[in-house]
Design a protein around this ligand. Structure first.
Ligand code: LLP
Length: 426
């Protein structure tokens, strides 16, 4: 599942004690395990091998150039959602033909930038966007390739902010409009509309919503083929689960068991867009205890990372397991699930320095005795951690460190106050 483990009472990332990284780069800091990234990428690759899919790593989950480069070397293409993510892919010399460009609000500049770069597919989300893509492609005299994002109206049973495949969502077009969409645009000379795209939400720990969505997608493809359209691609999106509380996410093989039979022998190029399932468990946010404080009947552990560093708890009330990096004797956890059962724990909230009550990293947690200076690891922070970090309260972004066996290196330095103000004019 990951390469963060306790050895001689101290948390290690692969073979490196995380306390040693704190000594070098300070806190807060994101720490990633190369082996864990590769493990999760290969798990998807191997589980779906029968489909020989193009695995487009979703840059938005963790877009550091070194991480993208690592996954490029492993064979990944990329899922992008902005000109900025395209620039990241270009910066690492990614193969542009292996890139899918999604998003409900692509600007003209972003579309032009992507056409010039030669991205593989535009995942088109509306009639208006399709018309714009046609106009720009004609003007540039380039034949672009597109897939229609359809909204299969399935419930992924995840947080309402990260559910994307229900009827009322802003993403894609209703399934019923799919045939009309192809009637209108499916024979255009400038944009080759050759596939459909589905992405139902994130994280989706149930397999049934995928089966429901893909089945509906295949039915649409069959109908479109019967209408004479040449459909050669299905992009099934991302959204596969990761472990936050314990080991709750189905492994890639469980998804594959249900999904592969639906797509095999359909004469379709299969694209997948996993982000979280590759990145989440590959990273922790390392933070240091500043103060302990009691307020009313609550105990607070005030640490030096806040909602600007890791927004997920504040935004989605997301759960991230958190534990001291060098627990006192008797408090080394066997696993996440049983950690809260150890005798002698105390109920606490882990909160940051930001001036908002929503600034917490972990609420109502049973934690070992703690003191000022103790390091705490916030787990499963590799996906949508650093990529959603902000400068709120004028807090510079933390560094990112990549561990590889016995070594580690800084893959993004800590920001300075000058960085914070670099784009501003007096
Ligand atoms: N494809 C599309 C079109 C997407 O919109 C997304 C994520 C993905 C792929 C990758 O999904 P993944 O495999 O990483 O679950 N900030 C939220 C998650 C938002 C996901 C947005 N779209 C969070 O922290 O949970």
């Amino acid at each position: 599942m990951d390469h963060f483990h306790f050895q001689a009472g101290a948390l290690h990332c692969e073979n490196v004690p995380v306390a040693k990284i704190a000594e070098t780069v300070g806190t807060p800091a994101y720490i990633y395990s190369k082996a864990t990234f590769l493990h999760h990428y290969r798990a998807v690759h191997d589980a779906f091998a029968a489909l020989d899919p193009l695995i487009c790593y979703s840059i938005k989950s963790c877009g550091n150039l070194s991480i993208c480069n690592l996954l490029k070397s492993a064979g990944a293409g990329f899922d992008i959602v902005s000109g900025g993510e395209l620039a990241r892919a270009q910066a690492i010399g990614a193969d542009m033909s292996q890139i899918v460009f999604a998003g409900v609000g692509k600007s003209d500049e972003e579309i032009e930038q992507a056409i010039d770069a030669g991205v593989g597919w535009f995942n088109v989300e509306s009639e208006a966007e399709m018309e714009n893509l046609i106009t720009i492609s004609r003007r540039k005299r380039v034949r672009t390739r597109a897939a229609l994002r359809v909204n299969p109206d399935v419930d992924p049973r995840t947080h309402r902010y990260t559910s994307t495949g229900k009827k009322e969502s802003k993403f894609g077009v209703d399934l019923e409009r799919g045939r009309r969409f192809f009637d209108a645009y499916g024979r255009d000379a400038a944009v080759h509309l050759c596939g459909i795209h589905l992405h139902i939400g994130s994280p989706v720990n149930d397999i049934a919503p995928y089966v429901g969505a893909i089945t509906k997608g295949i039915d649409l493809i069959d109908a479109l083929r019967a209408d004479g359209f040449d459909i050669d691609t299905i992009d099934i999106g991302g959204g596969f689960g990761a472990h936050y509380r314990d080991t709750e996410a189905p492994p890639a093989v469980r998804y594959a068991e249900a999904i592969v039979p639906l797509l095999k022998d359909k004469r379709l190029k299969v694209i997948m867009e996993p982000g979280r399932s590759i990145a989440a468990n590959a990273g922790i946010l390392l933070t240091r205890t500043l103060y302990l404080k009691q307020s009313g009947d609550r105990d607070f552990l005030i640490v030096d990372a806040g909602m600007n560093d890791l927004l997920r708890p504040a935004l989605y009330e997301a759960y991230h397991f958190a534990w001291p990096v060098a627990p006192r004797a008797g408090f080394v956890p066997k696993d996440r699930a049983s950690a809260a059962q150890l005798p002698g724990l105390k109920l606490m909230d882990i909160v940051g320095p930001v001036c908002e009550s929503g600034d917490f990293l972990a609420k109502d947690r049973m934690l070992p005795p703690m003191q000022r200076g103790d390091l705490v690891a916030v787990y499963s922070a590799g996906a949508y951690g650093m990529s959603m970090a902000s400068h709120y309260n004028s807090r510079p972004n933390p560094p990112e460190v990549l561990v590889d066996g016995d070594d580690f290196r800084v893959i993004r330095r800590r920001e300075t106050y000058d960085d914070l103000m670099a784009a501003e004019r007096l």
